[in-house]
Design a binder for this molecule. Structure first.
Ligand SMILES: [Zn+2]
Length: 148
């Protein structure tokens, strides 16, 4: 059974149990010398201690929280190298990290970003030179790609 209310996304990371847990809560108590009676709302957060009632595995609520499955298309990291539009100033490149569904979308992202930081230039005028999977740190020197 998937929890959708108090225990939304909470699952034991050890046994997969989802039904019941012991959670350390903050609440109020009417305390006298004889003892304490709790009252009022209870609160817990991702740092609260939690224990599985099935296998006794303990941890924090954050450790017991499973991210909801998302059905949006997965975005993968890309590194994109663009050539500036020909401005007569030689060859200059724009290098960007982005997340996109595919290399074409990564180029579109990088072009949009390049246009944003270069007012007056058209995104489509930046020519893609290379698209690499992953975020790759690069140290580019203009002399490396300029003609000798
Ligand atoms: Zn368990």
């Amino acid at each position: 059974m998937t929890n959708t209310n108090c225990l939304e996304n909470i699952v034991c990371p050890h046994c997969g149990h989802t039904d019941s847990f012991i959670i350390e809560v903050k609440t109020h108590a009417d305390v006298t010398d004889e003892g304490a009676v709790t009252f009022g709302p209870m609160h817990w957060d991702e740092w609260s201690l939690i224990q599985c009632k099935h296998c006794d595995t303990a941890g924090t609520v954050a450790e017991f929280t499973r991210e909801p499955q998302q059905h949006k298309p997965s975005h993968r990291p890309y590194s994109v190298l663009l050539l500036y539009p020909d401005t007569g100033d030689g060859l200059e490149t724009y290098y960007a990290h982005t997340e996109a569904e595919n290399p074409d979308a990564a180029i579109a992202n990088a072009r949009t970003e390049a246009q944003a930081v270069n007012p007056g230039m058209e995104a489509g005028d930046f020519l893609p030179l290379i698209v690499l999977p992953g975020h790759i740190e690069a140290e580019l020197f203009y002399r490396d790609i300029a003609p000798w």
